[in-house]
Design a binder for this molecule. Sequence first.
Ligand code: SF4
Length: 299
Amino acid sequence: MTTLRILEPVPRVTPLTDPVVLPRGSVEPSAPARHRAALPPRHLADLDLAGRRALGVSLGEPAMRASQLSHHYFGRLVRDPAAMTDIPLAARERLVDGMMPQLLTAVRELECDGGATRKSVWRLHDGSLVESVLMAYSDRVTACVSSQAGCGMACPFCATGQAGLTRNLSTAEIVDQVVWLAGVAVRGLGPEVPARLSHVVFMGMGEPLANYARVVEAVRRLIAPPPEGLEARTMALAEQIASHAPITIQVTKEAIRRILESRRVAAQDDLVVKAYMSKDFAEGVRAFLEKRKPVWTGQ
Ligand code: SF4
């Protein structure tokens, strides 16, 4: 059974306010587009601990407050200033406003498999919408997060790809999806399910390798111990890449290289056909259906 919970009316799952939709195949916004597709306000998850301490000092607070705030966010999954009782009352609102601006607003939640799979649609500060999914199993809880708003890869079978790229997500926008979902996992997903997020995959909206620097920074936050990061037992990007078929990695890199060079390619050299008609792709599908590890051959 599928349960749909609408938190706010959303007429469509596309950017709501004057989106900057770039041509298919775009990776980096052009100069005017970059100006319009502004990143969100800075969040502590954009910074390493040293950067957060410096930001805390610039807000007129001792550096240790940044560590305390980071511990609440990453260690306790707490965002409410009222629950940060180790920080003086007068400083809490200022610190939270200056270092933990709200990045994601939940606008829609979809549940299926008796609540074991939960999809969230988030509105970003510029009105763009992105999705995350939480998947609960008896041996693991997996967060699937977006790395871009939209996607410029234009895979013909994918609705996200048909709308084009709106913008890359910031490091904190990626991390915040995981922190939200970690909070859901800790509150409990069922008697048979571990109450802790154990895996993170970047298989939501966007191509993570096209937003490489921020995705890698996000992974650093996720695997670092609190207060530096979430210390998630993540199946992080490196592991994800390692688990992909060699042929898929090869064509992904080649696709990005071609996009960056805006090189025209011959029809018989189509990367999508090369990847999805490969023996490795067929092996990956077979292994998934048979619930075993794939055996890659690079063909
Ligand atoms: S890379 Fe992923 S999100 Fe982007 S168009 Fe292809 S399938 Fe869709």
